[in-house]
Design a protein around this ligand. Structure first.
Ligand code: ADP
Length: 301
């Protein structure tokens, strides 16, 4: 059995900086580095580093970034045989600034990720009979996400949707989702009111449940997560760590949650795996380089 990840693959171009620039302002930053990113690929690496067999379905461009991205995914034990190299476009790229307070801002040029189409869906479909969990995010076209969730439902595969970057979702998608994992900003945009407290998050969770999702997990950074189903409403506090860079902490969470579910853990324990992976990733720079290994993870837990 495997975890399938149908989503984006990006090269992150990162500058660490004392503070984020204002519009029109130029500032001198600290160092620059590149790292594998893209919400899909990040979640795949997070799950694979925790020793879950993980297969990535998506696209990179026909440039040197594409070659490096596939190499790095393979080094983290992500199966990339079903990633298509689209020679006609650039690989997805994200330009990221991270300040000394670990705040970031990000601009993405989707490139190959935007070209994901029916042919990718067919490759995904091919692997569905061997899948236990499907991880989805919103960095590939939305009609592909809906189609993938339908396929997973037909095969009894657990669907995790990270609704990021935030956008309105079609009503037909909600009932196809087993677990939706917005952060507080994304949750606020989905329900149309700001999430400023745990109470707000619980209200948002109830709203999302009423649209047909089975489980709602709202990620609230260093505070923790609100976790709600039709039968339960819980709060799981975050682990206490010294955060240096929270880029991809949410992706680490989803990869950890998926790995826990893959191992057959009940939801509260799987959420704890997600929280541990998220916390550990916040202690290191970069998206994919910050994902904990199984050994680091077990030592931490
Ligand atoms: P996103 O990256 O989507 O905004 P969060 O920032 O909420 O998501 O991070 C996802 C999860 O990672 C959190 O719910 C928490 O479990 C963990 N996490 C993130 N930042 C920290 C932190 N500073 N300390 C401890 N855990 C953290």
């Amino acid at each position: 059995m495997t975890i399938l990840v149908f989503g984006s693959i990006n090269m992150d171009l990162v500058i660490r900086t004392p503070r984020l620039p204002a519009p029109g302002e130029t500032i001198i930053g600290h160092e620059f580095f590149t790292a594998g990113g893209g919400k899909g690929a990040n979640q795949a690496v997070a799950a694979a580093r925790l020793a879950a067999p993980t297969k990535m379905i998506g696209r990179v461009g026909g440039d040197s970034f594409g070659v490096t991205l596939l190499q790095q995914l393979a080094e983290s034990n992500v199966d990339v045989d079903s990633v298509f190299v689209d020679e006609s476009v650039a690989s997805g790229v994200a330009i990221i600034a991270v300040d000394d307070a670990a705040q970031n801002n990000i601009i993405i040029a989707s490139g190959a990720n935007h070209q994901v189409d029916q042919s990718d869906l067919e490759r995904l479909s091919h692997h569905m009979p061997q899948a236990k969990v499907l991880l989805l995010q919103l960095e590939i076209p939305l009609d592909m996400i809906v189609a993938a969730a339908k396929l997973a439902r037909q095969h009894n595969v657990t669907v995790l949707l990270d609704p990021a970057p935030a956008q309105a979702l079609p009503a037909e998608l909600y009932p196809l989702i087993d677990i939706i994992t917005p952060n507080e900003i994304e949750a606020g945009q989905l329900v149309d009111f700001p999430i400023k407290s745990q109470d707000d998050a619980q209200h948002a969770a109830q709203r999302l449940l009423s649209r047909g999702v089975k489980t709602v997990v709202i990620k609230m950074g260093a505070v923790g997560v609100v976790c709600a189903t039709a039968e339960s409403a819980d709060f799981v506090p975050a682990f206490s760590v010294q955060a240096v860079d929270t880029v991809a902490a949410g992706d680490a969470f989803n990869g950890g949650l998926a790995a826990g579910l893959f191992e057959g853990l009940p939801l509260p324990q799987a959420v704890r795996w997600g929280a541990a992976a998220g916390a550990l990733s916040a202690t290191k720079a970069g998206a994919q380089p910050s994902m904990p290994t199984r050994a680091e993870f077990e030592a931490f837990l």
